[in-house]
Design a protein around this ligand. Structure first.
Ligand code: HEM
Length: 368
């Protein structure tokens, strides 16, 4: 199969709009935002100049210079001029501190309307972005639902891991960037051309209305695959950018790794042992023998605890990958396997969180 065309224009209307068109587009729901003109900035605001007058030393110690040695300074008399000087110094210091405070308050008061405008403006952008994302999200989900049936769900979910799983924290490279479309000839990606082909159709439909990245497409499709099979509903944030080249090779875990190897591999991707165990629950889908192949539930963990592969012959001995079997031999993993086997809601919750982390790994985001 020819490599699917990577999306070359992933700029959403958010990034492609000029600031003027953006502001007119959003003007109905946003306070108009203007920087104060230079002339306005250089002349003190009425508040600031009034505060300056209040805070000036002459106005704060009226008559002090002409009232003689024994003149009261803030209500006190001094026989010794040195005492008075020191006290005046201290008073002056208090005044200047007070003055600094007043100026700061006045400055804040002067900038407050500006800051509020700015807040109104940014809130407007965020609200509009969320609205845009919502429309975009609904559209992507609708197109995905048309092509991802229960029987196709397993392949689509696996695609997510094979795109995101190339992330290495230390190198800060790889991750959820759609590069899987360039990596389909790699042995570890055997079988993934089909799910890419399926999603390509949906992507074409979405692209016709608003360009979407492969990374977003795959992230949303994986979540829908889980949900269509009865798993949790996982909300996915949009805005990932696609890479234009394949990620480095050899980053995905070999199925022959033992538990320590799997833990270390996931750790390099910023994923904990608990997240390794939760995400491996994805193997409940597909043909590895963990319950109904098209139902996303916690049967993966229940079957792991039974260790059917210990059976001397027949189908049960075929169940699970070596990596699945390795998990149950590790005490730390076993604790999570037991928890998830006993509590499907906990598995769903932890799977959701780990999935969100996975699809955000190494992602580069379009800017607002
Ligand atoms: C822990 C390390 C993992 C290893 C070593 C591993 C390896 C494998 C292998 C060898 C297969 C069989 C492919 C085939 O049938 O030819 C498989 C299937 C699958 N993997 Fe993983 N995987 C791992 C983690 C994950 C994760 C984190 C996910 C998703 C979150 C995932 C999702 C799937 C799915 C859904 C299938 C079934 C695909 C199908 O039947 O079409 N895997 N995996």
């Amino acid at each position: 199969m020819a490599s699917p065309s990577p999306s070359t224009t992933h700029l959403s209307p958010l990034t492609c709009c000029s600031s003027s068109s953006l502001s007119s587009h959003h003007s109905s729901r946003r306070t108009k935002f203007e920087f104060p003109a230079n002339s306005q900035r250089s002349s003190p605001s009425p508040i600031a100049s009034r505060a300056g007058a209040i805070a000036s030393p002459s106005s704060s110690t009226p008559g002090a210079a002409s009232s003689g040695d024994h003149a009261p300074v803030r209500g006190r008399c001094f026989a010794n001029p040195v005492d008075r000087d020191l006290s005046e110094l201290a008073a002056g210091d208090r005044v200047s501190r007070r003055r600094r405070k007043l100026i700061a308050v006045a400055g804040l008061a002067a900038t407050l309307p500006f800051l509020l405008q700015l807040r109104g403006y940014t809130e407007g952008i965020v609200a509009d972005a969320a609205e845009l994302d919502n429309d975009e999200y609904t559209m992507i989900k609708e197109e995905v639902r048309k092509v991802v049936s229960k029987v196709k769900a397993a392949g689509v979910l696996r695609l997510v891991f094979h795109d995101a799983g190339t992330f290495e924290m230390g190198e800060n490279s790889g991750g959820m960037n759609g590069s899987i479309v360039y990596e389909l000839e790699r042995p570890e990606n055997a079988g993934l051309k089909k799910p890419v082909k399926i999603l390509e159709k949906a992507k074409g439909e979405v692209d016709a209305k608003r360009p979407v990245s492969w990374a977003d497409m795959i992230a949303v499709a994986g979540a829908e695959a889980v949900s269509v099979c009865g798993g949790p509903t996982i909300p996915v944030v949009l805005g990932r950018l696609d890479s234009m080249k394949p990620d480095p090779e050899g980053r995905l875990p070999e199925e022959t790794l033992d538990a320590l190897g799997l833990k270390q591999c996931f750790q390099r991707k910023g994923l904990s042992t608990q997240e390794l165990v939760a995400l491996s629950g994805a193997h409940t889908l597909g043909s590895k023998g963990f319950g109904n192949p098209v139902v996303f539930d916690n049967s993966y963990y229940k079957v792991l605890l039974e260790k059917p592969w210990m059976s001397s012959a027949g189908m049960p001995s075929m169940i699970g990958l070596p990596s699945d079997r390795a998990l149950v031999e590790d005490n730390e993993c076993l604790r999570w396997i037991e928890k998830y086997a006993n509590d499907q809601n906990l598995f769903f919750k932890d799977f959701e969180n780990a999935y969100v982390k996975l699809v955000n790994s190494g992602a580069r985001w379009r800017s607002l």
